[in-house]
Write a protein of this length. Structure first.
Length: 138
């Protein structure tokens, strides 16, 4: 899988409805994963909320989204991040190192409960970046 760059939108509890709407608009395949679907106990009120959703369209568009995690404020205008994802660990770690330099790391780039390496940072210009390194299939 080559690396990809796409928008990642945060929602205030209606991510499932929003992602289904975008599927109606653009077509394609929608995959959603809830906070309760990972085998560990979900935060109160979050078991059916979307932890990660991804729409891949026939035209090659990719849109990702999720409900805001517990304890984070949803504020329209700051609810979009840029996602970098793929399975080229060296390439993606290189991007991470450059994007996080001089910025703020909110989630260190490390192995997560879903099996991938993931990190989130805000660069020195105030842009939020999410980097996800998938386990290579093989």
């Amino acid at each position: 899988m080559s690396s990809r760059l796409n928008p990642y939108i945060s929602f205030a509890g209606d991510a499932k409805q929003a992602m289904e709407f975008y599927k109606e608009v653009f077509g394609g395949d929608l995959a959603v994963h809830t906070y309760g679907g990972f085998g560990s106990e979900a935060p109160p009120g979050y078991s059916d909320k979307i932890m990660h959703g991804m729409l891949e369209t026939p035209r090659g568009f990719t849109l990702m989204g999720a409900d805001n995690p517990p304890g984070t404020e949803h504020k329209p205008g700051n609810n979009i991040a840029v996602s970098l994802s793929g399975d080229d660990q060296d390439e993606l770690r290189g991007y991470w190192n450059e994007l996080s330099a001089g910025g703020t790391v909110s989630v260190p780039l490390e192995k997560q409960m879903w099996g991938d390496v993931f990190g989130m940072c805000t660069d020195k210009f105030g842009i939020t970046w999410m980097v996800n390194v998938s386990e290579q299939q093989g």
